[in-house]
Write a protein that binds this ligand. Structure first.
Ligand SMILES: Cc1cc2nc3c(=O)[nH]c(=O)nc-3n(C[C@H](O)[C@H](O)[C@H](O)COP(=O)(O)OP(=O)(O)OC[C@H]3O[C@@H](n4cnc5c(N)ncnc54)[C@H](O)[C@@H]3O)c2cc1C
Length: 470
């Protein structure tokens, strides 16, 4: 994966803000639309003047059946669009910590029986192993959901199927672009029919009016539209089956470890699942050392996971910022394919599902429930809404990572700060409900002083450590 974009947080933030501009500037499409501010009126005119689909509903293909694809398929099928979802592996267990916020459970109607654990206690553990409990402000009904991805993804796909979406077990290979703005896209894929000897699958094609790329970090749909690359982290995870007496400790508790040993720019985690824990870490800057960081994470949690058996080892890229282009003509990217994982927390499931849904809503609306063709201006409505809703969240987490993940003294300061009830409330409210919560001015001032105090102490500590090292 090329890394043509700088990895400094500030630049990435600028690129997030500027994406709407830059994708417009850099794209070679002739059907470019003005910036989001003017899109609303364009969208109405485009929809009204766009041709009716003759004798059938609008036909849309979604490539990828993870949270982004499943959520998009559900919304399209509900909205009267003929929906095809192409997934290469229907029992795919995406490497993932599987932590989801409470608002996702509500908004996506996630049934309780697919949530392995309800985490109400989160321990943040500093480089010197000072542990702070950061779930103290949670209300009785609040929790972080822990799911296994093979279970969540299947649930979302099945829901879409029950609403009329056609789920195809196939590997998407490439697509032929339409020769004009009414002709179909032709998708080429290998179809797996499950029969013996099917092997590589049977080559097939599918003609559709629009395409949603929900095919994750290595998206082929993104390549098909020259969407450009993003900087990425590599995340590594082991599922460890620990003795049941040790599992009791993790019943409703998760751990986050920070420190240069577990990651120079991310955190290590132990997340509880039904009968095992997921132990992992990630890094952007030192990818070749990922196994060393994983060993360090395991070592830090040693007392609690000792005697455990590793039952699965998994690794996958995590995008660091959105791609330069996310929409072109009648093709849109969502989820990891678009690059929607937050810094600092590495969270992407909710944003994948949400972007899939928002993109599908824009198509349903633009096509007047599948009656008319859509064009790029319809898809840009999704970009404008997504950016408006979530840009502050990305920005805050980016700044937090920049300030607090830069040295062990800064990480000590971060953990110290997490002991503050106000910080906990703000953090959890923002995480659980996906809104950057406006604070109480007096508490904000107190927090600012405490933060400065912690950082000053951290810097003083760093200077002393540097002197010792000389
Ligand atoms: C180790 C690790 C831990 C993480 N932990 C968390 C966490 O705890 N919480 C959180 O919110 N986020 C976490 N994330 C991020 C999260 O996993 C992603 O943001 C999320 O999976 C994105 O969903 P998606 O639907 O966009 O893509 P994916 O989940 O990657 O789904 C893409 C789907 O497309 C399919 N596909 C790909 N190519 C093709 C093709 N050519 N043809 C057909 N199908 C194809 C794949 O099989 C897959 O099912 C973690 C990531 C990693 C790597």
């Amino acid at each position: 994966m090329a890394t043509q974009f700088t990895s400094t947080a500030g630049t990435q933030l600028k690129s997030f803000v500027g994406l709407r501009q830059s994708s417009l500037q850099t794209t070679s499409s002739t059907s470019l639309r003005p910036r989001s501010r003017r899109i609303t009126s364009f969208q109405i005119r485009a929809s009204r003047s766009s041709p009716k689909v003759p004798g059938r509903p609008l036909r849309v293909a979604i490539v990828g059946g993870g949270p982004a694809g499943g959520a998009a398929a559900e919304t399209l099928a509900r909205g009267g669009v003929e929906t095809f979802l192409i997934e290469r592996k229907l029992d795919n267990a995406k490497p993932c910590g599987g932590a989801i916020p409470l608002c996702m459970v509500d908004e996506f109607d996630i049934p309780m029986d697919i949530i392995d654990r309800k985490v109400t206690k989160m321990k943040m553990i500093s480089p010197s192993n000072v542990a702070v409990d950061i779930g103290r402000t949670l209300k009785p009904h609040e929790y972080i959901g822990m799911v296994r991805r093979e279970v969540l993804d299947e649930h979302l796909r099945e829901k879409a199927k029950s609403l009329g979406a056609t789920v195809i077990n196939g590997l998407f290979l490439k697509m032929d672009k339409p020769k004009d703005n009414v002709s179909p896209y032709v998708l080429h894929y290998n179809h797996y029919d499950g029969s013996k000897g099917a092997g590589m699958g049977v080559p097939r094609t599918l003609q559709v009016d629009a395409v949603i790329g929900a095919d994750g970090a290595n998206s082929r749909v993104a390549k098909s539209i020259d969407a450009g690359d993003y900087e990425y982290a590599i995340a590594f995870q082991e599922r460890v089956k620990i003795p049941s007496n040790k599992m009791v400790y993790y019943e409703d508790l998760a751990e986050m470890y920070v420190g240069q040993d577990v990651s120079p720019d991310f955190y290590g985690w132990v997340f509880p699942k039904c009968d095992h824990v997921a132990v992992g870490t990630g890094t952007v800057t030192h990818k070749k050392d990922i196994k060393k960081f994983q060993n360090a994470t395991r070592l830090r949690a040693k007392d609690k996971i000792e005697g455990g058996k590793i039952i699965r080892v998994e690794a996958h890229p995590i995008p660091e910022h959105p791609r330069p282009r996310r929409v072109l003509d009648r093709v849109a990217l969502v989820g990891d394919a678009a690059g929607y994982v937050t810094k600092c927390s590495g969270e992407g499931i909710y944003f994948a599902a949400k972007s899939g849904r928002m993109c599908a809503e824009a198509i349903v609306q633009g096509s007047e429930n599948g009656k008319r063709l859509v064009d790029e201006s319809d898809l840009r409505v999704y970009l404008a809404k997504f950016d408006k809703a979530y840009w502050p969240t990305y920005k805050v987490l980016d700044v937090l990572q920049k300030v607090f993940y830069r040295s062990d003294p800064a990480r000590e300061a971060f953990v110290e700060m997490c002991a503050d009830e106000y910080v906990q409330k703000m953090t959890f409210d923002s995480y659980l409900y996906k809104k950057v919560v406006p604070g109480n001015p007096l508490d904000d001032i107190k927090l600012a002083f405490n933060t400065i105090g912690s950082l000053v102490r951290a810097n003083a500590m760093r200077r002393e450590m540097a002197k010792l090292a000389d």
